[in-house]
Design a protein around this ligand. Structure first.
Ligand code: ADP
Ligand code: MG
Length: 694
């Protein structure tokens, strides 16, 4: 048996493999490319490609694939074998620099939001050397960005890399102001905590809704859910721990820093958290983690559900996005540090984040909007749909004293002088208490808790990086021109914290008062995806993305359309699946049970038995079944109407008409499920599903 250090990264073309397999000068140039984002010339690419291929062949690979992240939210790959025919009728295994650096998948079937006319249907993929290539299932995977020939981006990686560049540029300007001359790059870092459900494959196969939509569209609540709180951190069942063990190993082989695993709150729910890395790598690794989870589950006769809300009545799944900024010399910029000078710098970065979150609440909300996540946000199991920040008591009192600089005469409440006072070290315990906050400071990073479990973390981090870059740019502009740096810094921090104090909220985010209070403060409360998405293309947001070179105006508009269309399609599929299951499975099953009851009742009556309750049940079920039938017809008609509208109007119709109509069908069906004999119910119920893995 190999040890963990031996298997870690064994399928990755990483630093140490490169050092071993590449000529020294090639390795050096490649490193330069990786660290400074310099272009790679073709001669060099040829050498790298050859070494990569030789290494991949040793690992048993026969194919290579450019691996990219189109706007579908999942990854895409097209595999080509290394074979190349010779004159002798044989083949050699070859892989050129050109094949490494660019690929041309047929892009016409990926969503582009109208960017790509059919005559320019081709797109190309370009190697992203900042993310290592790896071998998986017999293929060499090359992480790539995906663009159209007109230069517009068609994926999630390119804008993420652009947003990281923007953040780096502006953060370096700030660092220089504090006398830091050695940092060459600032990268945002992310550790995403991934929640998921595991259920038995056999029950899954019998649920049309799970198969087609990823969530149950029907299902009366099980007598036992999560009320006993006996699952959270509970001991892990053998089948699940076998799965987790194999999952860890598979992830480690791919160089993914899988660290923490435990049972979550709901039955059958679990979590995996990796150690954080740079955002680009964290994004690739999280996509891979989700894929590997599904595959490994299959091998264990289970299905891994990544949907945000697979089951009614128990918690859904999210993904906490732990975010910070770090220099290439290893300094975490959201760590308060130990000296007053560090603290002043920390306060400036903190202020930038506070201002960014307040001014671009809408963008952060858009970045976590999806049909699946609509079930969680604001539903008292996840953060509300309102964006606010939690800083923790200590930090908030510091913010208060900075804001009330002149007024803080009270001896108890010493006023804070940036660059003079020393900030306390914030322990995670002291800052982590408010689990209801969407955006919480947790000692040396922020935890953005609104992401849904299926999300690519690219979107939210593109927004985070860009909005913080924007504020840092404005701060740098102001401070670079100041004659008295410390005075100007103090004034800026105090002024901005005061101006954006409304976004800070330490109370219970689940409470009804908070909704009212947030409204008084003028904070946005975008309750669903249909409400949120149009904000993406607000003028101020288009200007922001264009200014930092992250998205062009056209790209923002096209992305809005893609998200709207996706939302509409998801709800339409759910509505159609609801109608299908109700009509073809539930309605006839209930009728069969009614017929059985009638038969039994008439026989019982023949023996003089009292059939009063049978009559009641028959009448009740017949009425409910008829009501469900009518509700289905209404749902079908509403879906058809919504599908005929243009995207933005359609999405409102889906949110406000189709979704409620779907819920009405479900209410009738679930009501009947509680009354119908188990042997007649046409699919596994919540007990069968949620407690299917022993
Ligand atoms: P909890 O569940 O209490 O929030 P976890 O330890 O499960 O805590 O998750 C915390 C996550 O935050 C981990 O993925 C961790 O690597 C990550 N993290 C820690 N420091 C940073 C940082 N500076 N930048 C980004 N992520 C970080
Ligand atoms: Mg967490």
């Amino acid at each position: 048996m190999k040890s963990v250090p031996e298997i870690f990264g064994e399928n990755v073309f990483n630093e140490s493999v490169m050092q071993e397999k590449l000529p020294k000068d090639v390795y050096k140039s490649l490193k330069k490319t990786i660290e400074n984002g310099e272009p790679l010339d073709l001669d060099l690419a040829n050498v790298v490609a050859h070494a990569m291929k030789e290494w991949a062949l040793e690992k048993g690979a026969t194919h290579f694939t450019h691996w990219f992240q189109p706007m579908t939210g999942v990854t895409a790959e097209k595999h080509d074998s290394f074979i190349n025919p010779t004159k002798e009728g044989k083949i050699i295994m070859s892989f050129s620099g050109k094949e490494l650096v660019v690929g041309e998948p047929d892009a016409s079937s990926f969503p582009s939001g109208g960017i790509r006319a059919t005559f320019e249907a081709r797109g190309y993929t370009a190697w992203d050397p900042t993310s290592y290539a790896f071998v998986r299932d017999g293929s060499l995977y090359i992480p790539t960005a995906f663009c159209s020939y007109t230069g517009e981006v068609l994926d999630k990686k390119t804008p993420l890399l652009r947003s990281m560049d923007a953040l780096s540029r502006q953060a370096l300007r700030i660092l220089r102001l504090f006398g830091n001359t050695d940092a060459k790059r600032v990268a945002s870092t992310v550790g995403p905590e991934q929640e998921y459900f595991l259920i038995d494959k056999e029950v899954y196969e019998k649920r049309e809704d799970l198969k087609l939509t990823g969530r149950t569209l029907f299902g009366a609540r099980a007598p036992k859910g999560q009320e006993l709180e006996d699952h959270y951190f509970g001991s892990i069942k053998t089948r699940v721990s076998d799965f987790m063990k194999e999952l860890d190993e598979e992830l480690w082989k791919l160089g993914i820093l899988a660290k923490t695993k435990h049972n979550e709150v709901a039955p059958a729910q679990h979590e995996l958290a990796p150690i954080f890395s740079t955002t680009n790598v964290a994004t690739d690794h999280n996509q891979l983690t989700m894929e590997v989870m599904k595959k490994v589950a299959q091998k264990h006769g289970m299905v891994c559900l990544l949907h945000e809300k697979p089951f009614e009545g128990i918690n859904g799944s999210g993904k906490h996005n732990n975010w910070s900024m770090s220099t290439n010399t290893g300094v975490n910029l959201l760590d308060p540090g130990k000296t007053p000078a560090d603290n002043a710098q920390f306060m400036l970065f903190l202020t930038a984040v506070v201002k960014a979150v307040d001014e671009y609440q809408d963008l952060l909300r858009v970045s976590v909007a999806s049909a699946g996540n609509d079930h969680r946000l604001g539903a008292n199991e996840a953060p509300p749909a309102i964006i606010s920040m939690f800083l923790g008591e200590e930090l908030e009192s510091i913010v208060e004293s900075v804001i009330h600089d002149e007024k803080a005469k009270n001896a108890q409440k010493t006023k804070m002088r940036l660059g003079v006072d020393v900030l306390p070290e914030f322990s995670k315990d002291a800052t982590d208490r408010n689990r209801t906050s969407p955006f919480a400071f947790t000692g040396n990073k922020f935890e953005f808790r609104m992401l849904g479990s299926t999300f690519s973390i690219a979107g939210p981090n593109i927004v985070l990086n860009t909005i913080v870059a924007e504020e840092l740019e404005r701060f740098a502009d102001e401070l670079e021109g100041a004659s008295d740096f410390n005075g100007a810094l103090q004034a800026l921090v105090s002024r901005e914290l005061k101006a954006h104090q409304r976004i800070i909220f330490n109370g219970n985010g689940y409470s009804a008062e908070w909704e009212r209070e947030a409204e008084r403060r003028g904070l946005l409360n975008l309750k669903n995806t249909a409400e949120a998405l149009p904000y993406f293309k607000a003028e101020k947001n288009i200007a922001l993305f264009a200014k930092h070179g992250v998205f062009s105006a056209r790209e923002v508009v096209s992305r809005t359309e893609i998200m709207q269309e996706n939302y509409n399609k998801v709800i339409a599929i759910e509505a159609k699946t609801t109608a299908d299951m109700a009509t073809k499975r539930i309605y006839p099953a209930v009728n069969r049970y009614i017929a059985d009851l009638c038969e039994t009742a008439s026989r019982k009556a023949a023996y003089g038995a009292d059939v009063e309750t049978d009559r009641e049940l028959i009448a009740d079920l017949a009425a409910k079944n008829a009501n469900m039938y009518r509700a289905v017809r209404e749902l079908v008609a509403l879906t058809k109407r919504a599908e005929g509208e243009e995207a933005e109007k359609a999405s409102k119709m889906f949110a406000y008409e189709v979704v409620p109509a779907m819920n009405r069908v479900r209410a009738f069906a679930d009501g009947m499920e509680e009354l119908v004999a188990k042997e007649f119910w046409p699919m596994p119920d919540y007990v069968d599903i949620l407690f299917s893995v022993e």
